[in-house]
Design a protein around this ligand. Sequence first.
Ligand SMILES: [Mg+2]
Length: 231
Amino acid sequence: MINHISVIAFDADDTLWMNEPYFQEVEARFCGLLEDYLPHHTVSQELFKTEMDNLPLYGYGIKAFMLCMIETVLRVTENTANPEILNKVIQYGQEMLDKPIELLDGVDSVLAALYGKYRLVVATKGDLLDQERKLKKSGLEHYFHHIEIMSDKKERDYQKLLKHLDCRPEEFLMIGNSLKSDVLPVLALGGHAVHVPYHTTWQHEHIDHTIEDPRFYQFITIAEILPHLTT
Ligand SMILES: [Mg+2]
């Protein structure tokens, strides 16, 4: 049993709903646009490099991804790209911003089971407008006491969230698909963290060590959390 929890926070992308596959699908099409210039794998590396270089300036989300694709087109083609390629990039991004929300298995029933027993919170990175759109479309908004759209998910960002919620770290449980963003900073603060891996993870979220912590739990599906909590 995980005891003395008052706040349960959920990551959104690839925890509540599908996200990363949309990025991967667009990235594959993006690489196709530039295949006359470079092999797919190299374009993919160039795009990742652009994303990492711009992360401190742009943060996370689809709009940042669009700008990075445009910059990568210009660099790879040495500014000779047909404007049609840039039009396609903008179109791909706009399509992403209009995607339906596909909830992951068990999400709705887990939230329904926990609702009223804990303060439920969303803690997510990404574009403010886009995450608000997804929450609205998801039909899950009514379960949540608070929604925090964070520019990053480092220890100091969680500290701010805990302070805002007036919650001590040992009463805080975070559930998410990223060890780097959803688990490590929360454990470092003395909170509890549940990792529910998604079948695919963005390269930036990878870590290369295992976690040993009595407040760390790993489950295959989100529903496996329920027997460990008072419901
Ligand atoms: Mg996530």
